[in-house]
Design a protein around this ligand. Structure first.
Ligand code: AGP
Length: 616
């Protein structure tokens, strides 16, 4: 977590840094700071709390400079105070460092540095980097940084400058991302693209164990030994407007509304309606290899894990392949067995979740080829993948995943169809019909927006509740999990997702007249199995009602019995079983949003969270 930014060019540096930090606040928002150099002197401003506090501090105590660095923090070591806010300095105040990651051996380094006469003023692990660079600085800054980093263990993205080697910014990374922006006579570094998108679309993604040296003459990229690394600038197609709120009150609401466009963009170019084929062009894995796959392992965290669980239902049913789904954070700790002909699927919005990346590496080490389903071009997970299915959701700024989830479901559906074709478990005609269903989804999501007033109204009844249950069966169970996660992360209401059939094994004891129970009771009228499942869910609704619980059901229009048995119901348009989860997710996102708004919560930046979890 944490967002870092740096700028060297002709513009006024402070607004560039502050605007950049605004775009990175999703990565952490418990304190922020900048350091700029003016006439050879370093000026540092920091504040605890959100970025507006730093802006306030800058209004009271302005500063100017010709180059500088900035940081927005998600605390790992040391409380979120002004003192612990980045940038951190060396003893003489000539070197400043911003850091995203964890210095694992900071305690022993700190002890040694103190014994050598260095004075520490913060509780952070980052401060050791400033003192280490100070210790090694007797020539170029980049060499001092190399020597300092050689002593550090852990993961980090760091950006450093020093008045002793002026007009230079050095950035380096192992783990968390750094993107370098190339403008006309101006250069940028940042944790993520939106921070620099207003200035340039030409970027270089710094690789692991690489370093960027920015001067007014240009950008040099080296490895940690100082050898030049060829860099391939990439052109980003995202529009800066895509990263703005576009008239919506919150990024989350805007991103919920973007889902028809996002699902359409994720589908386009990957399907042929004429031939009834799914085309996955970004693959280094041949069709032959896909045909030989015997096992699928999917790894992911959080919302992406819920998408992965949904994908299991899609792939097992459509392509008849056994699928195991694991949490990235658990996978490598159980010495997993990876049989030959295993295809790994790595699902992640950011492409930089540390646990997911570690699971991907474990799978690679054990011989599995891997496909990433990811939203961020050039991110770490995509670099380590043998093929990428990009979710063309566009930048997702709200901490709560919305459009990334529904586009992940879209990619998993496409992958399931692709595998089904390769393995001939579906006929061409069947694949064509499934494709046809997918092309109708954006329109169907639009129609759900017609229920916004009702959902807003519904939130009035429930925003004071202290607990919620979400129930689902089969492919709808992961949607129940996701509905519960959305509610808890943005409204701070305790919510549980549960498989409906498991209620009688314990959780029924929770039900009383105060408990809202959201039941996913949709079905596909053309599929007898789906109707069977629905009938079982109907019994669950009745069981909740018999114990005085409050039922809010999610139904397809023909599920009259569920409508009658429920206290409230939300209709979603019909579609096939594998696409229903996309449609079900949208009203659940909206319900959570409006409940959270009524409770006065900060939906875009919920407490204690950050968008990208780059630490274990
Ligand atoms: C969901 O709303 C959260 N933001 C979180 O669970 C997220 O899905 C998780 O941290 C995984 O992130 P990733 O998709 O970027 O790997």
């Amino acid at each position: 977590m944490c967002g870092i930014v740096g700028y060297l060019g002709q513009k006024a540096v402070v607004p560039v840094l502050v605007e950049g930090l605004k775009r990175l606040e999703y990565r952490g928002y418990d304190s922020a700071g900048i350091a700029v150099v003016n006439d050879g002197r370093l000026h540092v401003r920091r504040a605890s709390g959100k970025l507006r506090n730093l802006e306030e501090a800058l209004r009271h105590n302005p500063c100017e400079g010709s180059y500088g660095i900035g940081h927005t923090r998600w605390a790992t070591h040391g409380r979120p105070t002004e003192e612990n806010a980045h940038p951190h300095r060396d003893c003489r105040g000539e070197i400043v460092v911003v850091h995203n990651g964890i210095v694992e051996n900071y305690l022993s380094l700190k002890k040694t540095l103190i014994a050598e006469g260095h004075t520490f003023v913060t509780e952070t692990d980052t401060e050791v980097i400033a003192h280490l660079v100070e210790k090694h600085l007797n020539g170029s800054l980049e060499q001092a940084v190399r020597n300092a980093l050689a002593q550090i263990t852990g993961i980090y993205a760091v950006v450093i400058l020093s008045t002793k080697d002026p007009h230079k910014i050095v950035a380096a990374r192992i783990g968390p991302p750094i993107v370098v922006g190339l403008g006309e006579g101006e250069f940028f570094v940042a944790s993520d693209i939106p921070a620099i998108l207003a200035h340039t679309r030409d970027v270089v993604f710094l690789g692991d164990s690489e370093m960027a040296i920015l001067t007014s003459a240009g950008v040099q990229i080296t490895d940690f030994q100082g050898n030049a690394v060829p860099n391939k600038p990439q052109r980003i197609t995202w529009d800066p407007i895509m990263a703005e709120k576009g008239g919506f009150k919150h990024f989350m609401l805007k991103e919920i509304h973007e889902q028809p466009r996002a699902v359409r963009d994720t589908t386009l170019g990957r399907i042929s309606r004429d031939t009834g084929k799914v085309l996955l062009e970004e693959m280094k894995i041949s069709e032959e290899e896909f045909r030989k796959v015997e096992h699928i392992r999917i790894v992911a965290c959080g919302t992406s894990w819920h998408a992965a669980l949904t994908g299991k239902f899609m792939i097992e049913s459509l392509a008849r392949l056994p699928v195991e789904v694991d949490y990235g954070s658990e996978y490598r700790y159980r010495d997993p067995v990876v049989p030959p002909h295993t295809l790994a699927v790595v699902v992640t919005q950011s492409g930089e979740t540390a646990d997911t990346l570690a699971a991907q590496r474990e799978l690679k080490e054990k011989g599995a080829r891997n496909v990433a389903i990811c939203n961020v071009v050039g991110s770490m997970v995509t670099r380590e993948a043998d093929g990428v299915l990009y979710t063309h959701a566009g930048p997702e700024i709200g901490v709560a995943a919305t459009k990334s989830f529904t586009t992940q479901l879209t990619c998993l559906y496409l992958l399931a169809l692709y595998l089904a074709e390769a393995r001939q478990t579906l006929t061409q005609e069947q694949v064509r019909n499934y494709i046809e269903d997918l092309t109708r989804i954006p329109q169907k999501i639009e129609s759900i927006f017609g229920k916004i007033e009702y959902l807003e109204e519904l939130s009035k009844h429930f925003f004071r509740s202290s607990n919620f249950l979400y129930l689902g069966r089969g492919i709808h169970y992961p949607v129940a999990l996701e509905g519960a996660l959305k509610l808890k992360e943005i409204s701070y209401i305790h919510a549980e997702g549960y498989p409906s059939g498991e209620m009688k094994h314990g959780p029924n004891a929770l039900i009383d007249e105060t408990l809202p129970v959201v039941v996913i009771a949709t079905s596909n009228i053309n599929n007898p199995k789906s109707i069977q499942l629905y009938e079982k869910t109907l019994s669950n609704i009745k069981e909740v009602k018999a114990r005085d619980g409050i039922v809010i059901s999610l139904v397809t229009p023909f599920n009259k019995e569920a409508i009658e048995a429920s206290d409230y119901y939300i209709e979603v348009p019909p579609t096939n079983d594998f696409l229903l989860p996309i449609l079900e997710s949208v009203p659940l996102q909206l319900l959570s949003y409006y409940i959270a708004i009524r409770r006065g919560c900060d939906v875009d930046q919920p407490r204690n969270l950050a968008k990208s979890v780059t630490v274990e």
